[in-house]
Design a protein around this ligand. Structure first.
Ligand code: URA
Length: 439
């Protein structure tokens, strides 16, 4: 793939100029595949400079991209590195991707659950940055677990037990790594075509047959309004289909943290509880919805049939056994999950309905406790975090414990939580869990 990338670059590069390409996008004109190839590849070769590609990204951010442009950009990014070859893994491979949220540990439940239903879940995940955590960080709270499987280990595990979660050992989509770092510091993260090509190039590189996307919308998500989330979902579904991968997207709520825990080890414990059918019903329901859609497209069966199979595997304990098996295959000790030994309770200071828990602010609070990274270099504490003791809609009284905070040091300031937990006299209508489905 990467070789093809450089050959194409050298063929198209001769009579092109990055300034013309920036001007064209600035003037609302559509860029050809050759022009996009030149822009991305010359940037990878360090001929085009950061400031020039930043100008192009901003022009894309302001003026958008046509469907052809987004598909071409995705293909060019995909070709910038290696793809993962899963042809030696038998069975249908289904992947799941979340655009990220606070307390989102669904992969830990959904991957073994879908594998228990007989599909292959080949999951390559990442680490977290900022207020959202990464699946790999959560898994690393399990003592000794190996989340850096070699290709051979990954494929062997998939063939033997249908499920593996790892970081990637291959050079996948280096163009996205470079572009994303630049977008992060140039105010160009929120562009829908740029998000779509970034996510889908990585999904395509991992090479599953079918893809279910969880596009989160709300205060704790990348996107705050439903229309943008639906638009993003439509673009990503089109890209998936263009490349021959059946893709569907669920638009789900992220106006409050998902489940009752935020923090790496605590979230693994919550995922284990959910696999045993216990815990926050919102979180369990979302896992069931996602898993049912994965089984439905993976096996080409009606969603109700898929849901029944998912429920059987959850209720029989087979999904939990699959999780145990996966952890054991990856050398993890499931009996030793990092949980901080010191706790303190955060109590309500007034009476009323718990109408909201601000997800972004809670995510940042937990990050500052040590559970997340502000910069890529930060070392995280797997044991710290927060467990919510009340649900949205509960009526609370002064002195009721709203949350248990798992801490490393005693000197934790709980005053920011006064603005994070919203207690009001009148009960507010609850948001739905699932807003829409884009196929
Ligand atoms: N996640 C990604 O992988 N890419 C984006 O652009 C945004 C979120």
């Amino acid at each position: 793939m990467a070789l093809l990338f450089f050959l194409v670059y050298n063929m198209v590069g001769d009579n092109m100029n990055i300034v013309d390409i920036i001007n064209k996008k600035r003037n609302h004109q559509e860029l050809s595949k050759e022009e996009l190839t030149y822009a991305i590849n010359s940037y990878m070769q360090e001929e085009t400079k950061d400031y020039q590609i930043s100008a192009l990204l901003m022009a894309i951010c302001l003026n958008g991209m046509s469907e052809d442009e987004v598909i071409n950009l995705t293909e060019i990014m995909l070709s910038s590195g290696d793809t993962f070859d899963l042809s030696s893994v038998s069975g249908i491979k289904v992947d799941k991707h979340s655009t990220g949220g606070v307390g989102d540990k669904t992969t830990l439940v959904v991957a073994p659950l879908v594998a228990a239903c007989g599909l292959v879940v080949s999951k390559m995940s990442g680490r977290g940055l900022g207020h959202t955590g990464g699946t790999i960080d959560k898994l690393e709270s399990i003592e000794n677990i190996n989340v850096n499987l070699s290709r051979e280990q990954f494929i062997k595990q998939l063939n033997e037990i249908n499920v593996a979660i790892t970081t990637s050992d291959v050079n996948m989509v280096p163009a996205d790594k470079k572009l994303y770092a630049l977008r992060d510091v140039t105010g160009t993260v929120s562009s829908l075509p740029l998000i779509a090509s970034s996510i889908m190039s990585k999904k395509l590189a991992t090479n599953a047959d079918k893809i279910v996307l969880d596009v989160k919308v709300g205060e704790g998500a990348l996107l705050n309004n439903k229309e943008d989330a639906i638009e993003l979902a439509k673009i990503m579904v089109k890209i998936g289909k263009h490349f021959g991968k059946e893709t569907i997207a669920l638009i789900t709520n992220m106006n409050s943290p998902l489940g009752n825990s935020v923090g790496n080890g605590l979230e693994v414990v919550e995922a284990i509880e959910a696999l045993k059918g216990k815990g926050d019903s919102n979180f369990i329901n979302l896992c069931i919805i996602l898993a049912s859609h994965m089984v439905s497209i993976g096996k080409n069966v009606d969603i109700e049939v898929a849901k029944q199979e998912v429920m059987e595997n959850l209720n029989s304990g087979l999904a939990y056994q699959k999780f145990e098996q996966m952890v054991a295959y990856q050398q993890g000790n499931i009996n030793n999950i990092a949980i901080a030994s010191k706790t303190l309770s955060y109590n309500a200071n007034r009476e009323g309905y718990l109408n909201g828990i601000k997800p972004l602010e809670l995510g940042n609070y937990v990050m500052k406790l040590g559970a997340g990274r502000k910069t890529k270099e930060d070392i995280i504490d797997y044991g710290v975090g927060i467990v919510l003791n009340k649900k949205i809609g509960d009526y609370v009284y002064p002195g009721d414990s709203l949350a248990t905070i798992y801490i490393k040091n005693e000197d934790v300031d709980t005053s920011p939580l006064d603005d994070i937990f919203i207690i009001e006299e009148d009960e507010k209508e609850k948001d739905p869990l699932l807003y829409d489905i884009v196929k």
